[in-house]
Design a protein around this ligand. Structure first.
Ligand code: ATP
Ligand code: MG
Length: 423
């Protein structure tokens, strides 16, 4: 127990964190290019926010939340998604009083869902998410889809399929609900238990069920797109014109409805196929009534969430190499009695911007070299008896074995020369 992380969680080891930092840097760049700035909201929120915001007919709220009572007897919940917290923050800080839209992103936000852990499905995962508040035009939806597509393909991920759909608005959706219910009513006995509940509470979500047997049943279900009102249709058409202008391939997929109640009009997913089946790496859409539902002004919004673990998983599966930064530039080795001199050298090298280190484990000089080699440091800097006496240091290229003995104060300068000659 003590040495085992909770099921469905994962440690990020010091040897692999560069992989995360790499994709995070690309995500920040992508967001900044489109004017999104970072927001950071708490890991937990009042439970009510998700019940109200995400919707209490969703799997997330019904089954997946990490909810507990704190010592003040308040019910709090670990974030099961990013949008509700961002919308709460947007309202609480009156950001709607500024010129709109308000564009924000969160990166590496931990998300908690009590799901059955399996490949690509964790109980704690991390998301890169963008939210654009106050923009009603389809250009805002399109820029998000393009941003996600370009980011992922820029990371080297191939075979991305962009699936879009429109699930209408409160004006046109009720009619579709009825049509769908009529269609499904003859099939209730063939639906899973969850879908039977969905049938009563939110029939649209039957389309979202992952069970193959349910997917088979809804194969010929009526499509929302055929029943969109004029405004929703025009919006969906403009979205498609923008995607075409952006030059990315997309397909209309009437089965994409998304699992959260707050969506309106545009919904989309970026899907790739893996040996284990299809994997959604990014999902999002428009949520024109969420802000109002949370007690704010009637204000449209659109956003997406992308799972960082899934991005890395796909990069692994496709054999995309992420450049690993050098752990050290130079490793200082020394004879035992000169530890203080070695320490001073390490500190002065670090002050000049060299990634430097020394032995902290009382190793022999020979063992220090062995360790230095293991770290992959391209240079060593050695202080033996002669060097200590003369105020010098032996710099060595660990690959070519070339050595230079120079005054200690010139160590950094000489290392720079040796590195330059190497290139
Ligand atoms: P799925 O259909 O796979 O359950 P979702 O619709 O529940 O996904 P969203 O709520 O849209 O997912 O979350 C956005 C993204 O976060 C997903 O596209 C996925 O990349 C990632 N994600 C969601 N749930 C998990 C999880 N349990 N483990 C790892 N990543 C996840
Ligand atoms: Mg899910």
């Amino acid at each position: 127990m003590l040495t085992q992380a909770p099921r469905g969680t994962r440690d990020l080891l010091p040897t692999e964190s560069y992989r995360w930092q790499y994709i995070e840097a690309r995500m920040r760049e992508a967001a900044a290019l489109a004017g999104y700035r970072e927001v950071r909201t708490p890991v937990f929120e009042h439970t009510e926010l998700f019940a109200r915001g995400v919707g209490d007919t969703t799997d997330i709220v019904q089954k997946e939340m990490y909810t507990f009572q704190d010592k003040g007897k308040r019910s709090v919940t670990l974030k099961p998604e990013g949008t509700a917290g961002a919308a709460r923050c947007f309202l609480e800080s009156n950001l709607y009083a500024d010129a709109l839209p308000c564009k924000m992103y969160y990166l590496n936000a931990p998300i908690f869902r009590y799901e059955a852990p399996q490949s690509g499905r964790l109980r704690e995962h991390h998301q890169f998410g963008l939210e654009c508040f106050g923009a009603q035009d389809a250009t805002a939806d399109a820029e998000l889809i393009l941003l996600a597509y370009r980011l992922l393909s820029g990371l080297g991920i191939r075979n991305l399929s962009v699936n879009i759909n429109s699930i209408g608005c409160p004006k046109c959706r009720p009619k579709y609900h009825e049509a769908l219910k009529t269609f499904l009513s003859g099939k209730i006995d063939h639906l899973c238990e969850d879908c039977r509940t969905r049938f009563d509470r939110n029939p649209l979500r039957v389309l979202d069920c992952k069970k193959a047997s349910c997917q088979e049943q809804v194969k010929d279900a009526p499509s929302m797109i055929d029943m969109l009102c004029d405004d929703c249709r025009a919006h969906f058409e403009e979205l498609q014109s923008c995607l075409k202008a952006g030059g990315i391939p997309y397909q209309i997929n009437p089965r994409i409805v998304r699992g959260l109640d707050y969506y309106t009009r545009t919904v989309f997913e970026l899907i790739t196929s893996t040996p284990d089946g299809n994997l959604t790496v990014c999902g999002g859409g428009r949520y024109d009534h969420l802000v109002e539902q949370l007690g704010g002004p009637d204000l449209p919004a659109v956003g997406f969430g992308m799972g960082l673990e899934r991005v890395l998983m796909l990069m692994d599966a496709e054999g995309i190499r992420i450049p690993e930064p050098a752990h050290y530039d130079v490793f200082v080795t020394y004879m035992g009695e000169h530890r203080l001199k070695a320490f001073e050298l390490v500190e002065s090298l670090r002050a000049e911007g060299w990634k430097a280190d020394m032995d902290h484990c009382s190793r022999s000089l020979k063992a220090q070299f062995k360790y230095a080699n293991k770290t992959g440091a391209p240079f060593s800097a050695t202080i033996g008896d002669d060097e200590a006496k003369n105020g010098t240091v032996i710099l060595k290229n660990m690959v070519t074995r070339e050595e230079r003995t120079v005054p200690v104060r010139e160590a950094g300068k000489t290392l720079a020369e040796m590195r330059k000659e190497e290139q």
